[in-house]
Design a protein around this ligand. Sequence first.
Ligand code: CP
Ligand code: NVA
Length: 310
Amino acid sequence: MQKDFLSIRDLSVYEFGKTLDRADRVKKHPDKYRQALKNKILAMIFQKPSLRTRMTFEAGMLRLGGEAIYLAPSDIQMGSREGATDIGRNLERWVDGIMIRTFGHQIAVDLAASCRIPVINALTDLSHPCQALADFQTLREHKGALAGIKLAYVGDGNNVCHSLMLAAARGGTKMAVATPAGYEPKPEMVRAAREDGKDTGFSLALTTSAEEAVSGADAVYTDVWASMGQEAEKAERARIFAPYQVNAKLMAKAKPDALFMHCLPAHRGEEVTDEVIDSPNSVVYDEAENRLHAQKAILIALMGKKADHD
Ligand code: CP
Ligand code: NVA
């Protein structure tokens, strides 16, 4: 394993599968891992709000026998009071790992390069790898396998979409992404996914048609239209993304047993209707639960003793 988990790309195809296997084991037998991170401390840097990420990292560390320290934006004032590099050089003297949620992805990269302890990306403007790990754990639980199934992503080609594409490339999952013109996933992320997925069975179709992407899908995923930091664009985006709402009519184009997925928080009535998110095929709370298990698997791999890895 690499020192850090900044991207799904930091896991090889083999490590991706092994991490999901470990996440399943941790979920099934949590008591076996109660001491896995005994006496370890995780510093949690948040420059954006969070419910799931904060709760699952903090509860995860406590349940693994370790501790977590929350650093709010106003505490360390990253970038104005002190830069990522100096923060990393301090934190490595006191704690065993760092989790960071921030804006520019380079901040997480700089932090990781500044210190010898593991750094975990808990969302940047570019990617959200912990979310994708939990989502693929969820997909595999419900569909039995990742290879060969079709995941449709509808909405903004954002951080969550990027990490899902990279995870699909690792898992051999077929993916179709529908976005309005101008809101496609970044070309370098599309290239990275295609490169990583060339031998796994992965395929990626990009379209502006939500119906086309969802057609025959085993799972339909969406995310908010305006991500954290894009609040000023909210009204304009609401207009542009309106045809991309995941509603019952759109879900009818997918397979009858297609899952509905969302990283949450959801803006009900915008990117998804109540009818869809509250339907029996919705697995959004399973995804949220699996954040805990998938991140425990990553924390053990990066911060635990080798003997505890399995
Ligand atoms: N899905 C997710 O990362 O949720 P939070 O923003 O609440 O952490
Ligand atoms: N794309 C969203 C995901 C939130 C978990 C954002 O970055 O705000």
